[in-house]
Ligand binder design. Structure first.
Ligand code: CDP
Length: 227
């Protein structure tokens, strides 16, 4: 079974998708982390993120892999590696966030990523999060959710996350960056961020993660009864 969770920047997809996967005993895939990993490497190699050919060539040369395990309190710990190097912290840096939408709009990059995403998800039970999961990667996903929250709330959550890591945050700048990233992601030619027609929208602005999980699991239970 495939559960797709899409939505704009900092809408809580990772928190929800990870917890849901742990609860259902499913695998988990963070496709955003894959685009972030490539972007991190692009910046490391001092490649211009607008230079499609060089970005694509770099992607051909590197190996992005992932690992997941059950951590404390049955939480799911997901890690991403580039050529064997663990890059979980690095890929969440503001610099990567500022550049990732440039790299992820290239068609050849997307084609290569989607191929890997489909391979990883083949045959198993998995929760996959991203921007184009319900629309392009898995148009036949068993369940599609589109997670949203107000801009103010999304920026507040992302600011908290960064502050907890000791990264200084200017709230207004962060808000502008989120708006810009959503704009590039939604208006790009290939696989834009878009709600799949049949996706169920969940506005998490006033909901705790537990409440969102409860809502999603209820919907899944109800639908499965109907089938
Ligand atoms: O966690 P956050 O919402 O900030 O972003 P993310 O899910 O880590 O995704 C980072 C970026 O990767 C997005 O802004 C998109 O540019 C790109 N992305 C994409 O193009 N397609 C996906 N399926 C997932 C992410």
């Amino acid at each position: 079974m495939i559960i797709a969770i899409d939505g704009p920047a900092a809408s809580g997809k990772s928190t929800i998708a990870k917890r849901l996967a742990a609860k259902l005993n499913f695998n988990y895939l963070d496709t955003g982390a894959m685009y972030r990993a490539l972007t991190w490497k692009v910046l490391q190699e001092k490649i211009n993120p607008y230079d499609e050919d060089r970005v694509v060539n770099l992607l051909k040369k590197i190996k992005i892999s992932q690992n997941q395990e059950i951590g404390e309190n049955k939480s799911l710990v997901f890690s991403l590696y580039v050529d064997g190097e663990k890059v979980d912290e690095e890929i969440r840096s503001p610099l990567v966030s500022q550049n990732v939408s440039l790299v992820s709009k290239f068609l050849k990059v997307r084609r290569a990523m989607v191929k890997v995403q489909r391979k990883i998800s083949k045959g198993g039970n998995i929760v996959v999060e991203g921007r184009d999961i319900g629309t392009v990667v898995f148009p036949h996903a068993d369940f599609k959710f589109f997670l949203t929250a107000t801009l103010e709330e999304r920026a507040r959550r992302r600011a908290k996350e960064l502050q907890e890591k000791g990264i200084p945050v200017d709230f207004e700048t962060l808000k502008k960056e989120i708006v810009l990233r959503d704009k590039i992601d939604s208006s790009r030619e290939h696989s834009p961020l878009k709600k799949a027609k049949e996706a169920i929208v969940i506005d998490s602005t006033n909901l705790t993660p537990d409440a969102v999980i409860e809502k999603i699991t209820q919907i899944i239970k109800e639908r499965r009864k109907e089938i």
